[in-house]
Design a protein around this ligand. Sequence first.
Ligand code: AP5
Length: 207
Amino acid sequence: MIVILLGPPASGKGTQAVALCTRYGIPQISTGDMLRQAQAAGTALGKDAARYMSAGQLVPDSVVIGLVGERITADDCKNGFLLDGFPRTQAQAEALDKLLSEKQCPLDAVLQLDVPRELLVERAVLRRTDKATGKIYHLKYNPPPEGAVLEHRSDDQEDKVNKRLDDFERVTTTLIPYYQARGLLRRVDGVGSLSEVQARLFAALPG
Ligand code: AP5
């Protein structure tokens, strides 16, 4: 099972990826998480990416394509994987096609989470991540347990969220017709409780 989770910033990709990956026994490949890990480790790649991420800008294609290209050769990707936040540009989508054709692995589905913009801003601004477990919470819709040490992402300030949403609408939505034309796109309503959205995503997947 090779699946792309496509959706605007804060649409619930990271939250829903956990349940999808558990169900299908595949790893989650989140380019955002990989870049944040590189940043926390202080690698040259992480430092370079941080300049773009903290400004709410996309990291250059060559960097993320390199990360994904290497990650999908790992052993745990033998039975498939879920891509969360990749591809986001036409160049990334074409690079992925090339990588998958080299592996002789077809793409099964592209799940597009639809959430209105005003809700996305609220979801991002009130998002908090548990520093110890990496779990994603929301101060209003999915409150963290008492005592959790929480992080607020620097790119979750309202002005940066709006910049990220603008980029999504301008750049990443061009991938919708790209995958639609190949019959791979499944649009899923991302508004509702976590379990309602999860059930819709499961129903949208083949088999
Ligand atoms: P990345 O980490 O991928 O950020 P993103 O796509 O902007 O997505 P988010 O992590 O913001 O949101 P999400 O959809 O995972 O939502 P979540 O589940 O957390 O990328 C960060 C940056 O890295 C980019 O800006 C860019 O700089 C760089 N980057 C990464 N990939 C790149 C690429 N391919 N190319 C170039 N640059 C790249 O949920 C959000 C909140 O909503 C949470 O608080 C959650 O609890 C809550 N929530 C979730 N579901 C619901 C629900 N149903 N109802 C109510 N609340 C909900």
